[in-house]
Design a protein around this ligand. Sequence first.
Ligand code: PLP
Length: 495
Amino acid sequence: MELMYLSTRDAGVKVSASQAVLKGLADDGGLFVPERIPKLDVSLADIAKMSYQRTAYEVMKLFFTDFTKEELEGCIQAAYDEKFDCQEIARLTKPGEEWFLELFHGATIAFKDMALSILPHLLITAAKKNQVKNEIVILTATSGDTGKAALSGFADVKGTKIVVFYPKNGVSPIQEKQMVTQKGANTHVVGIHGNFDQAQTGVKRMFADKELEKELDGKGYQFSSANSINIGRLVPQIVYYVYAYTRLLAQGAILEGEEINFVVPTGNFGNILAAYYAKRMGVPVHKLICASNENKVLYDFFETGRYDKNREFILTSSPSMDILISSNLERLIYHISGNDAKKNAELMKRLSKDGAYEITSDMKKELADFCGGYASEQETAQAIRDYYEKYNYVFDTHTAVAASVYQKYKKRTKDDTKTVIVSTASPFKFTRSVMDAIAPKSADKPDFELADELSRISGVKIPQAIESIRTAPTLHDTVCEVEKMPEEVMRFLDR
Ligand SMILES: *Cc1c(COP(=O)(O)O)cnc(C)c1O
């Protein structure tokens, strides 16, 4: 039976999976959600014998029901190949008592690759299925990692163009270098004078702009989104939760049916929402631990039921989590309201008007699957140091936020459920902060020397993604004001 997608803000909207992938965002500004969350129709014990790619198929076929088997398998094969530097695609390691699920073995060494390596193929397939004649223009706002992963996924993909906006002073030097050295005539990278939320708001405004849409259509273009609000990003992320659980099962580390915890370093709430979907599909999960940095708007929300973005925006050492509006939370709000689009639309209106909303006590009860936590900058650095000294295992700052939150959670709750910490970036992507934590004396060296030093002390080879930008020339140097974002897009398309 075909699974349809609804808007979180309007119960009257109903589209197919391929249309939801194509549109990214519903016309009313809502996010697409499946009308029901499907259950896995293969046992976890059977999935434990499957490769990552087969597992991906078993999960995705339940969501992308208007794709044929051949189409879906084609997308999966094109995405999860030698671009990844390990055969498992997502690797589980156990340096100490808990597991780390390393999601950074793709082309840009951050977890965004898990979804963005497949999204272009889903999108192109969806366009064909819906007789789209226009060229697809991907607009993306990034706090660092999405941008490069999207650029790398879409570069030179026929029938697509991609424009990435990033906060000029809000990403790491290596993140910036990765983006501005991007090859491909269909790519455009723009730094903005503003923070990530402003970039994201600017992009959302362009998506909602009917005039702009008409103008584009006249030129043979239409917008689509690669941001984590696209259902084509969310669904591929469910896969690695199913995969992680079934690997533990295959290793005999857990019994079938045994619940585990996942700790997820969270920004836009996409990654952890995928974990929630995995749970609802049948993966035995005890707690989903939502880890924030000092921008702890989600922690406060889980504690109080009040979401309030009216606060100082803090630049931290985990920039991909420096977010005050977690877009994907809207899907959770919709689900815990009993799939009530009207109720959700009301709360989102309040968010855009007052910057805050409060959920009802009934909705709050539905949040029992989650537990929020946050780590200060100091605690984040301490976690990096601790694991390095204790286990000679080095992780990045985002993963460190999760590790720190988990240490505190365990101490406080005495919960000894087996736990997987989601590791979202290679330490080589945030070398300076990582080295600052473990070897402060060397941390004033240039970036690439620091990477060499990190490689030496951790015994981990420098990833290809870093090696290849070491000497690469800058190909993008556009910077603009937030208000000029639409003009910048048109300038690129007209050129
Ligand atoms: C994007 C990102 C996150 C946050 O993921 P969300 O899905 O936005 O919650 C965490 N860590 C890294 C390294 C990221 O790139």
